[in-house]
Ligand binder design. Sequence first.
Ligand SMILES: NC(=O)c1ccc[n+]([C@@H]2O[C@H](COP(=O)([O-])OP(=O)(O)OC[C@H]3O[C@@H](n4cnc5c(N)ncnc54)[C@H](O)[C@@H]3O)[C@@H](O)[C@H]2O)c1
Length: 334
Amino acid sequence: MSFKQELRRYKRVFVVCDRNVEGFAGQLAGGETPMFAITADETHKSMDTVLDICRWLLEQGADRDALLLAVGGGVTTDLAGFAACIYKRGIRYANIPTTLLSQVDAGIGGKTGANLDGYKNILGVIRQPEFTAIFPEVLQTLPEKEFRSGLAEMLKTFIISNLSHAYERTVKLVSSAGWPEVAKDANLQELSELVQLAAGIKQGIVEKDEFEKGPRRKLNLGHTWAHAIEWWQSVQKKPCSAPFSHGEAVAIGIVQAAKLSESLGIAEKGLADRLKSDIEACGLPTDLPCPVKDLLPAIQKDKKAEGGLVRFVLPVKVGRVVVRPIGPQLLLQP
Ligand SMILES: NC(=O)c1ccc[n+]([C@@H]2O[C@H](COP(=O)([O-])OP(=O)(O)OC[C@H]3O[C@@H](n4cnc5c(N)ncnc54)[C@H](O)[C@@H]3O)[C@@H](O)[C@H]2O)c1
């Protein structure tokens, strides 16, 4: 079924879009469709914006049979999804993700949410969208830093799946084409196939484990370090001039996970060096910005911690990971 046919299944459609992709959203939904544009950044990822969306829906007379279509990156799909979950006790929603990160990750899986008092994603609900439609050409306007952020999540998805060939294709495509050529017409078909594969892997994992009790935990590869790096950046007295984005921090975290895995005899030998070299060839960072001991407070508070042990996702090889509870002090050993 084409996207237009899919939309015709709903009596009334309302669009919440990221201001930076308003033109694309308008073309997609058609001129008559009511649209509400938001500023998509972490400061605006708040309950205030969720309530603004709900108020707008009410003004527009949106009923329980409405579909809320979110067009934007993860900030937009998280916020609009959350608004849809609470407006009139829940209306249906669907996602058109416009960043690489949201096409392979945030736009899939039903996690919605908003930040509270500076803490990320404290509020939220898990409820699945009606559908997620991916238009790879929208990536052509994405800023490079945003592209690389999504790329780290895409590489992660292939490392945890059994599609090692997709990991190799991604490294080859990005390291040879570079940005922005990788999203230009000559490479768009290949990029699009890889995005669809990654999105399909995430969808498959979510279908097996919607509430993160088992296989969905694998998606956290690299994230224990990433959250610790993001926390460390936020508490620096002199803020870093160009702080790592979430995806860049994930790229560093993947390599740290591989190093830990090798030191525990879980990963095949040479895995950390291989991942480091591939990830750097894709233009992503791999070195920690500070000593491990400075990250420990955040690692110990990791939401995946249990009984003093932290649940680390450890790669065995490209295409296989295991989840192991580990005492964070082990990270300090040379
Ligand atoms: N729900 C989930 O499962 C999940 C998973 C991962 C991340 N997230 C959340 O996603 C958010 C990050 O989302 P993101 O990285 O997708 O991006 P984003 O929504 O933060 O957008 C990043 C920037 O790119 C701009 N942008 C978006 N699409 C564009 C396009 N096609 N062309 C030009 N500019 C464009 C936005 O306006 C913004 O300035 C975080 O808040 C994170 O918590 C949610």
